[in-house]
Design a protein around this ligand. Structure first.
Ligand code: HDD
Length: 698
């Protein structure tokens, strides 16, 4: 046996401070680091070298394994909806739909079904910001007793296109332009509006996209929609058409556009952090699940085709029936394993829930399974813990493939077999009664590439949406259109969109043209003449969400020498109304209050602007205020709170800062001498009446 030389051939150097000595606790056989194959690692700080000064030896399998694994850590991001945030929770049925469906998840009242929900933006890459103007994905995986049900929806009930064959074009047009690689996560550019102008069917979705719904305040405050018409099938295999809606308990709330832009800089993870922190603090977000149910005859009587995903069914015609609630009560343990590796498939449906012939949905039934192969790399992606059916066993004769983690026993890998007759395990069998059955839709058609005439009306519902909005929301939509089209360099692109808008509403088209300082072009030819529908106030946001501080955050700006009693009173009043309070100060180490007490600080002023809060309070000392008059972050704090229509409470000492920031008195500007409670009602909403004073809207 060769012994290691007592004296190395070259002198060894002892490096102090390589991390190995100072930060380590002694490892036991249970806690020690090993290689991926279980070999204990003695030194995780230094690679194996020929002498202390290298070179590194190829022989170092510990180094090679570690680096190689790291090199392969990323998987392809989703081609769309790459940026997402997710949470675990449960769905609880409150009203049985047994008359319409045999799906247990919709018939067993009181039963809880585990869920995993991933929210996302559409256009940006995985590392993009949370607050661009964009549709939000709302994908729910329900681990039912009869297999996973994935309701892969958006926060908008309609879609841009009617046929899946246009999806790659839509996404190419909205993403970064192919030659220059920008803009990231923004629809405000030529290729997107070029495509939109040429696709009048997208006009209804564009109305939604230009509304405040695409700049949400929080993922806890967005609606979710299954978008497509699905079918429910009961025990007799009778079908009822169904639309699914998720409605947030906190109401649907949005930011202001200018605010959303500033949040992108202040906190690119604004929505992700908000969701995580809310769940972490026990403020569990909650949604109601509602359905709209229609028979074939009722569907036939509608003035549009329910297979057309650019159409919604107004609530006023078919009211929402609340059937359950969903609560998100647990954050993921590991972002990659869960949020990144979760694979949603619109084809994941339990018996009793079926698809319709919507040509957009039909294409999706292929696309999602396929995309998982390139993203997750193997047909066995369903075995990843986050994707596994949890409510029931899964078993069949599918075998092998990359990353197979199941160890199958016996010989039964085909069916039918008679192995049981020889005393062996014959494996699972089909279940004609309990198994998944599709609706027996009669079919006898000519094979064609054709868009049904019943899909031709592209403008009536766009008009319905625009005209159903409040004046405030209409102004925001017109302003958003002006902003987006102003970013288009090609005049012909802007003109075509304007020509289309004339079919929606002449006054909207004129407002946008005025905002662009352009002349209105001729109205575009419409495939079907738009109809005036009865307005649907249910489509508004303003005036609908609950006036509450629940789910809202108040930033209290405090300086040295401030009155601690006032800070405490504001905190007490806000928390009693269900809101959260964050103390903001010029320095993170704390504030020395009048009387000498030290107040802990949550955020340093320069890094915690008022865009991160729903309302602000200024509790300053005279000297503190005087100092802040020379601090841009302080005037921005106040100016932006005012400009973003937020309530501002102030102590008398803070008045000079209000004045310097251009704040005018209105019902949302509250003197704390009136008591902290006077601040609560204005803080629970936005000061819409202030908007014309602070912004020129189109
Ligand atoms: Fe899609 C992801 C929603 C049409 C192809 N889609 C994806 C996600 C959501 C939606 C929420 C993210 C899921 C997650 O969090 O992992 N998509 C929709 C809605 C649509 C829609 C509501 C219309 C009603 N999608 C659509 C069409 C196609 C796709 C027509 C293709 C023909 N979508 C995909 C995809 C993605 C995807 C490429 C990317 C990552 C993934 O599937 O898993 O397959």
């Amino acid at each position: 046996m060769t012994k290691p030389p007592k004296t190395p051939s070259a002198p060894m150097q002892t490096i102090v401070g390589d991390g190995g000595e100072t930060h380590q606790t002694a490892a036991t056989p249970e806690t020690r680091i090993t290689s991926n194959h279980g070999v204990p690692v003695s030194d995780n700080q230094n690679s194996l070298k020929a002498g202390g000064r290298g070179p590194t030896l190829l022989e170092d399998f510990v180094l090679r394994e570690k680096i190689q694994h790291f090199d392969h850590e990323r998987i392809p991001e989703r081609i769309v909806h790459a940026r997402g945030s997710a949470a675990h929770g449960y769905f609880e049925l409150t009203d049985s739909l047994a008359e319409f469906t045999r799906a247990k998840v919709l018939t067993e009242v009181g039963a809880r079904t585990e869920v995993f929900v991933r929210f996302s933006t559409v256009a940006g890459g995985a590392g993009s910001v949370d607050t661009p103007r964009d549709v939000r994905g709302f994908a729910v995986k329900l681990y039912t007793k009869e297999g996973n049900w994935d309701l892969v929806g958006n926060n908008i009930p309609v879609f841009f296109i009617q046929d899946a064959i246009k999806f790659p074009d839509l996404i190419h047009a909205v993403k970064m332009e192919a030659d220059r690689g920008y803009p990231q996560a923004a629809s405000a550019h030529d290729t997107f509006w070029d495509f939109i102008g040429l696709m009048p069917e997208s006009t209804h979705m564009i109305m939604w996209a230009m509304s405040d719904r695409t700049i949400p305040r929080s993922l806890r405050m967005i609606e979710g929609f299954g978008v497509h018409t699905f079918r429910l099938l009961n025990d007799q295999d009778e079908a009822t058409f169904v639309k699914f809606h998720w409605r947030p308990k906190l109401g649907t709330q949005s930011t202001c556009w200018d605010e959303a832009v500033k949040i992108a800089g202040a906190d690119p993870d604004y929505h992700r952090r908000d969701l995580y922190e809310a769940i972490d603090s026990g403020a569990f977000p909650e949604w109601e699940l509602s359905v709209q149910l229609l028979s074939q005859a009722e569907a036939d009587a509608l003035p549009f085709d329910i297979l057309d995903a650019t159409k919604l069914i107004p609530e006023e015609l078919y009211p929402l029936r609340v059937v359950g609630r969903m609560v998100l009560d647990r954050n993921p343990d590991n972002f990659f394993a869960e949020t990144e590796q979760v694979a949603f498939l619109p084809s994941n449906l339990p018996p009793g829930i079926d698809v319709s012939e919507d040509p957009l949905l039909q294409g999706r039934l292929f696309s999602y399974q396929d995309t998982q192969l390139s993203r997750l790399g193997t047909v066995n992606f369903h075995q990843l813990p986050i994707n596994q059916a949890k409510g029931c066993p899964f078993q069949n004769m599918q075998r092998d493939g990359q990353m197979q983690t199941q160890v199958f026993k016996g010989r039964a890998n085909y069916e039918p077999n008679s192995l049981a007759e020889a005393g062996e395990d014959g494996g699972p069998r089909e279940d004609p009664k309990g198994g998944y059955r599709s609706f027996a839709q009669p079919m006898e058609e000519t094979k064609v590439r054709l868009r049904s005439e019943t899909f031709a009306d592209h403008y009536s519902q766009a008009r319905l949406f625009y005209r159903s909005q409040t004046e405030i929301e209409q102004a925001h939509m017109a302003t958003a259109l002006v902003f987006e089209l102003s970013k288009c360099v090609f005049e012909h692109v802007r003109l075509r969109v304007l020509g289309n808008l004339r079919n929606v509403d002449e006054s909207l088209a004129q407002r946008v043209a005025d905002g662009l300082a352009m002349k209105l072009p001729a109205k575009s030819a419409a495939a079907a003449e738009p109809q005036d529908m009865d307005l649907s106030p249910a489509l508004r946001i303003v005036g609908k969400y609950p006036q509450t501080l629940e789910g809202r955050a108040v930033g209290v700006l405090v300086t040295d020498g401030a009155d601690g009693a006032v800070v405490a009173a504001v905190k007490k009043a806000v928390e009693a109304a269900g809101g959260a309070v964050k103390i903001i100060a010029p320095k993170i180490g704390g504030v020395k209050l009048k009387g000498g007490d030290l107040l802990a600080v949550d955020g340093q002023l320069a890094g915690t602007p008022s865009v991160l809060f729903d309302a602000v309070a200024l509790v300053l000392s005279e000297a503190g205020c005087a100092e802040l008059l020379g601090e841009g972050a302080a005037t921005d704090f106040v100016k932006n709170a005012f400009g973003h229509l937020k309530a501002i409470a102030f102590t008398a000492e803070a008045k000079p800062l209000l004045d310097k920031s251009g704040v005018e008195t209105d019902p949302g500007v509250v003197d704390l001498a009136e008591g902290a409670k006077a601040f609560i009602a204005p803080a629970a909403t936005r000061q819409w009446a202030r908007e014309p004073k602070v912004r020129l809207l189109a």
